[in-house]
Each structure stands twice: as C-alpha cells, then as structure tokens.
Ligand binder design. Sequence first.
Ligand code: ADP
Length: 623
Amino acid sequence: MVVVYNIDSGEYLFVNKAIKKILGFKPEDFLKWGFKFVVGLVHPDDLPIIIEKNQRALDLMNKKGASKLDSNFYESFEYRMKNTKGDWRWLQTDGSVFKRDGKGKIEQVINISIDITNRKEIELRDSIERKNLEESLRKNESRFRTLIENSSDVVVLIDKNGIVTYISPSVKNLLGFTPEDLMGQRLIHIYPEDLQITYEKIQEAMANPGKLVFHEARVNTKRGNHIWIEAVGRSLIHDPAVSAIVVNFRDITDRKNLEESFIREQNRITNLLANVPGVVWEAWGDPKADHQRIDFVSNHVETMLGYTTQDWLGTPNFWLKIVHPEDQKRAAQEASAIFKSSLGGVSRFRWLSKSGRVLWVEAHSFVVKDEKGDPIGMRGVTMDISERMELEKRKDEFISIASHELKTPITSVKGYAQILQQYMQNFSSDKGDDKSLIYLSKLLNQVDRLSDLVNDLLDVSKIQSGKLAFRKEIFDINILVSEIIDDLKPTFTHHQIVFEPKATRKILADSYRISQVLINLISNALKYSPKADKVIIKTQSDKKGVVVSVQDFGIGINQKEKNKIFQPFYQANTKIRQSFAGLGLGLYICSEIIKRHGGEIWVESEKKTGSTFNFLLPFRGKG
Ligand code: ADP
C-alpha cells in the first residue's frame, strides 16, 4: 500500500489500489476523509508510540543539512489498523520524505506499507508458548527445590572424584554443618571405621549407572557425637543434565539404637537359655489335646535327651510321647489340670532319652492367658532331677533300714526294763530301791518316746514306698475314742478331756491306724495348749461319713501354715518349737492314713485362740 500525504494539511495526495486488499477501503475514501480519519483507525495502544516515533524522526529529518542526506527514509513502524470489517491488521510502514519546501522543510511524506498480520500472529503464538514453557519450568524448579530443601532427608550430589557439589539445607538439622561447610569437600565426616566401605559403595554406584545402591554408616556431627545414616545412591554421572551421584540420606540413629538393644536383649536371652541346666519351652493349646503345638524349646534337650529341637518342634505333643509309659497317663492329666487351673504348677514324671535312658524330671509350668484371662498356652522349664530322686530314694531306704534295725533293740530294751521294773517291785525291800524304781519309770517313758519316733519313721517310709497296708473292720468310732481317752489318761494331769459322742453309724476302716490318728491329734492338742485346761472331742455322722474333731484352746496356727503342717517334717511356730519335742511327721502320717481311707483332714484355727483338727471318714472306706 502506497500513500503520499501533506504533513501540514493532512491531505492525501496519492493512495494506490492495494488499500482495498489490505484494509478494504477504496483509495477515494482516504483521499476524501484525509489523514485524521486514517489516524482514527490505528489501534489505541500503538498510536501514541507511532506518533512520538514519527515526530522524533521528522524532527531529525528537518534539521539543517538533513536534506542533503542520500536517503529520504526516516522511520519504520509496526502497528495495528482496523479494516472495514472491524478486524485488526498488522502493518509494517516505512516512512520516507517525498517533498521539501524551498527552505528544505518537509512538506510531503510517502508511506509504503505491507500487511504483516500473519507473521505477527506466528510471532505472538511463539512468544506465548515460550512464556508458558518458561513459567512451567520455573514452577517445576521451584517445586523441586522446595521439596528438597524442606525434606528431612538430605540430598547430596557427589562428582566422580567424590567431592560434594550440592547438599540440601536440611543437612544442618542432621549434622549441624551448613551446606557451605560441606560444599567442595570430600566425605570428611564419615566415621573412620565406615569410610572404606562407603568409598566401596560409591565405586559400586559409579560402576553401575542407574542402579540404586543402599548403605548405612556413622557420620560425625558438628556437635561432636555421631549419628547413624541410611543412604540410597544412584549414579547419574553419565546424564549430562546431572553428571553426579545423587545420594539421599536420613538419620536412623533411633532405629539403630533400638535394633542394637533388641539384638543385645536377644543375645542375653539366648545366652541365658543356653546356660539353663534344663529344657525351657513354650507350647500352645491344652497339653492333653493331641494337637498341642510346641513353639520353642531350648537347645538343652539335645544334651539332656539326645533329641534335636527339630524333633520337638516338628511333632505335636512330643514331650508326652517320650514320657515313660507308666507315667504317661498321669503326666498328661497333671499337665492338663495345671493348664486349666491357669495358675501354673509342678509335675514330676520320667522321660526316656533317645538312647533309652530313664530320667526323672520336674516340670515347672506357667500358664499363658489371652485378654479374657482364658488359658491359651504354657511356658516352663523342665529339669533333670534324676540325681535328686536317686538321693531321695537312698534317704528313704536308709530311714526304712535304720528304723527297722532300731525297732528290735528298742523292743528288747523296753522288755528288759519292764522285767527289771516288775522284779524290783516284787522282790526288793531295800529303801534305796525306791529311787531306782523312779529312774526305771523315767527310762521306760523315754524308751516309749524313742519307739514312737522310730514307729513314725517306719510309717513314713512305708507311706513313701507305697507299702502302708490297712486291715479294715467294722467298728464304732465312739467306743474307739473312749478307749483311747482311757489309755491316755495317765499321761496328762492338768487337762480335762470332754467327749461328745454324736456319731450314730459304725464305719469300715483300719481301727489300729485310726487310733494312731486320734492319739496323734489328742497328744498334739495337749502338747500345744500347755496353759489350757480342757480338750473337746466330738464325733458326728453326716451324709458322707463320720466327722471327728479335736478342739484345743492353745497356741493356734496361723493362716499361712495351715496347709503346710500336713507336709512331712514341717513344724510351725519355729520360735517356740524348741519347747515342744517332735519330728514333724505326726500330721503327715495322719493325713496319709485319712486320705488313703478316702477321707479328708483339715484344721480350723485362729492364732492364740486354739485349733480344731477335723477328719472325715466315709462309712465304707476306700481301697
Ligand atoms: P510334731 O508335733 O512332731 O512337730 P506334727 O506333724 O504332729 O509334728 O505337727 C506339725 C506341726 O503342726 C507342729 O510342729 C506344730 O507346730 C503344729 N501343730 C500341730 N498340732 C497343733 C495344735 N493342736 N496346735 C498348734 N499347733 C499345732
């Protein structure tokens, strides 16, 4: 598009036809409406720029001597104009001086314009795309930077020489050093003992680009201590955009400490278990049920029995399968009862080792319960007590032999003493013999005590070897009690025995053994109530049988010792016991006699107010 116009009047002198193609107007329109109209078509954003630019250029061209220049061209403009359809078209217009007046001042200008709308649109699109790209790059970078810098993990870039080229700020929290302290450094703060392996890991990463390499090491901090770190590295040395080994690391000191204390604890338990001279075990389910599962058994089984731990763990109820056939039923019942009692307990039985050796063992079991308190399993320790059992057996044998061997001479001593007593009473007249008679009766008393003690020992050894036999007969308990009271009368002086016979039925029992029980209880009642003046004996029948009770008003028995006094050799009241002679066997023998008759024996007592010993005998006995 070519136009020529007059600067002062704004009149167009020439407009070519191309105007139609570019802006849709006819040349006549411009010629008719003039420069002002055309200026009105320029985009308001572009107008001030081109007016100013135009003025400056014209001023330059109006300067003195400018008319002598070779070229008349003075400026080029890019701007938008509205076409007849109302669309904006981009034009590039070169302005040149067309005519000057006589003084050389510019009078007419020629503008040559081309339509650059297409080019402009492409440029615009490119620039928007570029801007968007830049924006998204910027956002991404900032996002990753924020992520790295705010992460509690530390990110380090290490070059191929092992020098730190970047380290994220979180290193300050971990090690106390700032990134500046560490940048450009080698791995100087790694704990000396871990340095070698750390370099080896770096080599491994370098040799395998892209492969993740894991590592744990100790690192010294600025605070003077060291922490454990866990690092994951990957070599991106060959990636020109990174050309570094990228390492991520974090503080795992707490975890390490926990692991170490866990391992220490585990070692401690393993060592402890290895040195326990017994089998430590854990099992789930009722031990009687065939599917009881053994979960743990200590290595000691191998030394003790020759079976491996695998033998135990692989076979349900293995412990029961190797129990001596004679003990098997009882051992299973006892284990099951302990499991159900949920209290734990002790059981003794024999085990057969792999080579067939018989071992006596004692199992101490503890019950494991679920949240509801129901038993679910057991833990325990089973110890070889063969030696102890052997010693006990020998002790029992000794007691049995000793008491047997003592019995004959004691009987002889007693016999001779009685003969001597009779002889002196009948034939002596010497005055000095009265004293001898007193000594003789004292001798006989002591011989009686000795024979009682030996009899007790003999009974205990019979009980323990299962040889205590009963000769049962039907008798009236009231008559038996009366006879015993009469027999005992000479032995007590300041007590009165009150007897209340209310039993109505006879019983079937060994009357000799029952009188032994009665003598024991009555003697105890007299012995342990030295300050009282009476002992009350009652008999009565109830549904199950006859109940006999012996009540005294003596020193009593405290709660804790009530059950223990029925154990062999147990003597309560240790402080005052010196004043009462005895072996602590009487009540044990009584309770065995009563139990083997199918009865029960028990005591009711308050300390200092006295005790009542009771026993119940079923009418028809047992066994
Ligand atoms: P011993 O009388 O020979 O010591 P026993 O087996 O007869 O043995 O009794 C065991 C223990 O029970 C006694 O040592 C005593 O402490 C206690 N005991 C027995 N009977 C009585 C009683 N009637 N009153 C108080 N304590 C008693």
